[in-house]
Design a protein around this ligand. Structure first.
Ligand code: FAD
Length: 417
């Protein structure tokens, strides 16, 4: 299948939402339990290869072959895998967590939002498979449980007989030949298996561009200097700064006093620090608690996790114990993330490098466009903002490719930086 056709089918493939028009996406035939039993035999064969890798003598070696290898089971990877499978490709989907969905799973709880831009464009939908999943979720998960959303994605993938799903399995290398990826190894320590997967097409949906890194693809990190692409909004000097990561939480009203005692390492947060941000609604955490864009959002993930937890708990301590918000007395957190939701890190250089000029429509309409962006191009300056407002990117002027901006503010506040 041509790459463009594939992208169009998958819809919402990368990053912020895209809107695509897709005709004739037939619902997958339900998998039978027999077919599933066969699939499990494939990934944990009773008679595994006798050969073991010397370096991993205790891991059972399993060779798999497919048409399309998808690394990473976030929304990009799930859509890619299902789209490929429905077009007749045999797919192996590798996901290093027990759940599918990535940032949009219950582990991070970043719901999918974009096309309608928080109501600024009523009626706009993400389209493609994202639309199919979300409609099914609306019908089957009216309780809006994130765990059931994960389950829906699991069901969607399992329902495709062409997909072999490997959960808790991490891709950690790539074997290349003449500049092409031939085979990737991946390990599942939970089941003590080592997989070697050959494929004709390899898709990097890891969010961290891990496959690209292992394959030696060209990558970039951070912000280019203004001079490189003549972008007026770029900094004078390039650097390695990126958008930061976030940890969200959920809370509810228990109808009785719910005390909160923060851990000793929670950051002290004051009213002054929050003067640019509203903390008056407590059901769902704050995306603007964003940290780590000045560090390496892959390598420093442990530090970033700690600091984000310290900030979130500090903000909650302010809400609960400062006395400024007395009606929070009966509220308590019922979930807090442990996995920082990453927004940006390594970027693979593809066929085309998008610049400010494209977003402003100065390069004309892309001839090979497959999707319409529904969200403004977010610009989250990673440093402390003294004004409380971000140095925002200019509004996009390209109506069909990246739609006009809406009122999302994007600053990191002094409390979070
Ligand atoms: C707080 C926050 C707010 C956001 N707000 C919005 C918004 O309003 N609108 C919007 O459109 N977008 C928003 N985003 C961005 C959006 O969440 C992401 O762009 C999107 O989830 C990316 O999807 P993905 O599938 O590419 O990557 P991910 O969701 O990161 O999924 C990648 C998956 O691959 C797995 N993986 C990584 N390495 C390997 C490996 N080596 N082997 C196997 N698996 C691997 C990871 O565990 C992960 O599950 C936000 C993000 C955050 C954190």
């Amino acid at each position: 299948m041509r790459r463009r056709d594939f992208l169009a089918l998958a819809g919402g493939l990368t990053g912020y939402s895209v809107v695509v028009k897709v005709d004739g996406l037939a619902a997958a035939p339900p998998s039978t339990r027999e077919a599933l039993a066969e699939a499990f035999q494939r990934i944990a064969p009773p008679r595994a290869l006798e050969r073991r890798l010397a370096a991993e003598p205790h891991l059972t070696l399993v060779d798999l072959d497919c048409d399309v290898l998808v690394a990473g089971g976030g929304m990009a990877g799930v859509c890619a895998a299902v789209a490929a499978a429905r077009n007749g490709a045999r797919v192996v989907l590798l996901q290093d967590r027990s759940r599918l969905g990535g940032n949009a799973s219950s582990e991070v709880k970043m719901h999918i939002v974009g096309a309608d831009c928080h109501g600024a464009r009523p009626g706009w939908r993400e389209g493609g498979l994202i639309e199919e999943f979300r409609l099914d979720d609306a019908v089957n998960n009216p309780q809006r449980s994130f765990e059931f959303w994960d389950l829906l994605l699991y069901d969607k993938v399992l329902s495709e007989p062409n997909i072999t799903l490997l959960l808790d399995t991490v891709l950690y290398a790539a074997e290349t030949e003449n500049g092409l990826i031939r085979r990737v190894p991946a390990r599942c320590d939970k089941t003590e298996h080592l997989y070697r997967v050959t494929a004709r097409l390899f898709l990097d949906c890891t969010g961290d561009s891990r496959l690209a890194l292992e394959a030696g693809a060209e990558t970039r990190w951070g912000r280019e200097p203004k001079s490189e692409f003549n972008e007026s909004l770029a900094p004078a000097l390039g650097d390695r700064q990126t958008l930061g990561s976030s940890i969200l939480f959920t809370a509810r009203d228990y109808g009785r006093p719910m005390p909160f005692r923060p851990p000793k390492w929670a950051r002290p947060v004051t009213k002054e620090m929050l003067k640019f941000r509203s903390v008056g609604s407590w059901e769902y955490g704050y995306w603007w608690i964003e940290w780590g864009g000045q560090l390496d959002t892959i390598r420093d993930n442990e530090r970033i996790r700690f600091e984000l937890l310290a900030i979130v708990l500090g903000v909650w301590d302010y809400i609960k114990n400062s006395g400024d918000l007395p009606s929070s007395a009966t509220w308590a957190m019922d979930w807090i993330g442990a996995l920082p939701g990453k927004r940006e890190n390594r970027r693979v250089i593809g066929d085309y490098l998008l610049t400010q000029h494209d977003l402003e429509g100065r390069n004309g309409e892309p001839v090979d466009a497959v999707a319409i962006g529904g969200w403004p191009f977010d610009d989250h300056p990673p440093a402390v903002s003294t004004s409380g407002r971000s140095r925002r990117s200019a509004p996009s002027a390209c109506p069909r490719f990246i739609a006009s901006p809406c009122a999302a503010s994007t600053a990191a506040t002094s409390a979070t930086s």
